[in-house]
Design a binder for this molecule. Structure first.
Ligand code: WT7
Length: 658
């Protein structure tokens, strides 16, 4: 990685925070020093943001690494912290959720109403025989009941396992069986792209394969016909009839809160286990610090689905523990038209928007004129998460959405880290487009070489986390060995190197001359071209910096001369002509553009102009499939692909180009 090209990190544009935001910011520059002086004391102060029924005796027990225990001896209830305490503090009338259904129907849920629903759902789960420690699967569309279901589990100490509503029978049943879930909470369906999309049939098929399921709780959302079994119960006939009184019981800080499956590049999905006190502390702290949340005045909107960790930490646990008012949207960004997101921002006067680079690039592709039609002046902080954001996409986000005013926080983290780890602070950091900048106060990140040596500024290597953090995964569900092998056996004590345990994130990264961090994607996505390490992210960013390009995916394909060669799949922007000669000219120009930007070594061997890219449902490009195409192999596993027709399109285009 040390030979990686120097382009990305030589970015010179830098955007300091607006003065008014800096002057009133929740977190100031001193926080870095305070955390550096005494990291554990810093985290203790953050834990005090929450309401504990019993204080902890020990902040961190790291006596059995890599198995951490945070706030040992402390007890709290997560749902109490996310709901009851705001009502008790007199904020029951504050809106918790402005919910917007895809067809345009709306619901407003205040904290007082949320307390009633969560209490009712907790009573129902208890009646169904769910006790603390049991697992409950949640397979729901983006409706308020999704948050209610998660909080009800947390309230009674049941461990939830949310499965994204777009996943198949196969994915759902494997996850239910791995966790031995007792109950599934689902709905008849939800609205996607203007139509009701069924969920219940998938659950029916999955439950037939899962002996552990005793009950299925079904929310009525679309009114579709559903098949009915003895295990099924309607939500409105149970939860909505249950007593609204429920007293939350405290649980130990290390009580399991949820399992969330993340698909590794190989093997079965990993059940990432998160626990109670440390997780909620960091989710709550980061949501306050990174977005500068002012719960009395801000309207916050995270566009993720609750099926991803972003939805767990930044729709449910972070915002609700902070008493935020947020927007929750059920549907797709192009229904009924491509202005839907901006119409929602305008309608609810959203002040903090948190979304993903893939969406930003899609919006770029759709054209500048669309956001221009809306009043976006309420926005004051913009966030990005999920993959590296190309500098040009960052600039577009700032110019066309933030109207050159708002700071952008590019937040690096993972399902495993539970909460944000590396990010600018909106009132402190002069951010550089494309860089996640530095570890948050209290977090220790570094970039190391093959030998686990920290690289100097200007160098590149592997991203590692060098100290435990409160919201870290505690293990992989029922697989401690895989937990150690995957994250702790590459560097440090777990690799037999010294006595310090070092977490390997799996991402490549660079430090620029100022020590700012540039994430380069998964290390599996680094190409070796004639002996030079080139990251797919860098070539993609070079392509996206050309005005004709909206989005690009780059893979390394085996090449007899250069070892690997760069093959790029490129989506032109809406107005670009690509037919015949014009297309060939554009390809030539783009190859030269990359060579000019990054150096001749990075000139793609081949550029394909395509209309879509294969993505996972969380929006990550499936480079593995593109590599299959680039190397003329038949396609591997496509079960997590969002739209399988995309691959037919790309493969047929590829063949005709040969
Ligand atoms: C991987 C984790 C974190 C919630 C959503 C994804 C990539 C995430 C960034 C960012 C560069 C990023 C990394 C990471 N990633 N955020 N701001 N800059 N890369 O969670 O599915 O567990 O994926 O997403 O490669 O390892 P996840």
């Amino acid at each position: 990685m040390s030979e990686t090209l120097e382009n990305l990190s030589s970015e010179t544009r830098q955007f300091p925070p607006p003065a008014d935001l800096a002057a009133a910011a929740n977190v100031t520059a001193e926080a870095y020093q305070e955390a550096a002086d005494d990291r554990l004391a810093y985290w203790e102060r953050q834990a005090e943001r929450l309401s504990w029924t019993k204080p902890w005796d020990q902040v961190l027990d790291w006596s059995n690494p890599p198995f951490a225990k945070w706030f040992v001896g402390g007890e709290l209830n997560v749902a109490y912290n996310c709901v009851d305490r705001h009502v008790e503090a007199g904020n029951g009338d504050r809106v918790a959720i402005h919910w917007e259904g895809e067809p345009g129907d709306t619901r407003t849920v205040t904290y007082a109403e949320l307390l009633i629903s969560v209490s009712q759902a907790a009573n129902t789960l208890t009646e169904l025989g769910v006790v603390a420690g049991d697992r409950v699967a949640i397979y729901l569309p983006m409706i308020p009941e999704a948050a209610v279901a998660m909080l009800a589990c947390a309230r009674i100490g049941a461990t939830h396992s949310v499965v994204f509503g777009g996943f198949s029978v196969e994915a759902l049943s494997t996850r239910i069986n791995d966790a031995d879930a007792k109950v599934v909470i689902t709905a008849d369906g939800g609205y996607r792209r203007g139509k009701p999309s069924a969920l219940k049939p998938t659950v029916d098929e999955a439950v037939a394969r899962c002996a552990s399921i005793e009950h299925v709780l079904v929310v009525r959302r679309t009114g579709q016909e559903v098949a009915w079994t003895d295990k099924d119960k309607w939500w409105h006939e149970t939860v909505e009839q249950a007593s609204p009184e429920h007293k939350a019981q405290p649980f130990e800080a290390e009580h399991p809160l949820f399992i969330l499956y993340t698909s590794g590049t190989t093997g079965n999905p990993k059940g990432i286990l998160h626990t109670t006190g440390g997780y909620l502390t960091q989710a709550s702290y980061t949501h306050n610090a990174v977005f500068d949340l002012k719960p009395e005045t801000d309207v916050y909107w995270c566009t993720a689905d609750i099926g991803w960790v972003t939805g767990h930490s930044y729709i449910v646990y972070g915002p609700l523990s902070n008493g935020a008012t947020q927007v929750m949207y059920e549907g797709t960004p192009d229904t009924p038209d491509r202005g839907r997101f901006w119409q929602i921002v305008d309608k609810y006067k959203v002040s903090i928007l948190y979304t993903a680079p893939t969406l930003i690039r899609t919006m770029m592709k759709w054209g500048d004129d669309i956001p221009a039609k809306y009043d976006l002046s309420s926005l004051r902080v913009l966030g990005s998460v999920g993959e590296p954001i190309n500098p040009e996409a960052w600039m577009w986000y700032r110019e066309h959405v933030g109207r050159e005013r708002t700071p952008i926080v590019d937040t690096w983290w993972q399902t495993e880290t539970g909460a944000v780890m590396i990010s600018p602070l909106p009132g402190v950091t002069a951010a550089k487009p494309g860089s996640a900048m530095t570890a948050l106060p209290g977090i220790s990140a570094d970039v190391v070489d093959d030998q686990a040596e920290s690289v100097p500024n200007g160098g590149g290597g592997f991203l590692v986390l060098t100290e435990p953090w409160p919201s870290m995964l505690r293990t992989i569900w029922r697989d401690d060995k895989r937990f150690i092998d995957t994250y702790w056996s590459r560097f440090g004590a777990g690799a037999g190197n010294g006595d310090k345990w070092v977490y390997f994130a799996g991402d490549g990264a660079k430090k620029d001359e100022d020590g700012a961090l540039w994430l380069l994607g998964r290390v599996d996505d680094v190409m070796l071209i004639s002996g030079h390490n080139i990251s797919t992210t860098e070539v993609e960013s070079a392509l996206v910096s050309h005005p004709a390009v909206a989005e690009a995916a780059v893979v390394g394909a085996t090449d007899p001369t250069t070892g690997q060669a760069i093959v790029a799949f490129t989506i032109p922007r809406g107005n670009v002509v690509t037919e015949g000669e014009a297309g060939q000219e554009l390809i030539k120009e783009l190859r030269n553009h990359v060579a000019k930007t990054l150096g001749p070594i990075a000139k793609p061997r081949q550029i394909m102009l395509v209309t879509e890219l294969p993505k996972t449902r969380s929006g990550k490009i499936m480079r593995r499939l593109l590599r299959d195409v680039a190397e003329n192999r038949s396609l591997g596993d496509v079960t997590t692909l969002q739209d399988s027709a995309v691959m037919d399109l790309i493969s047929s285009g590829m063949n005709s180009a040969k």
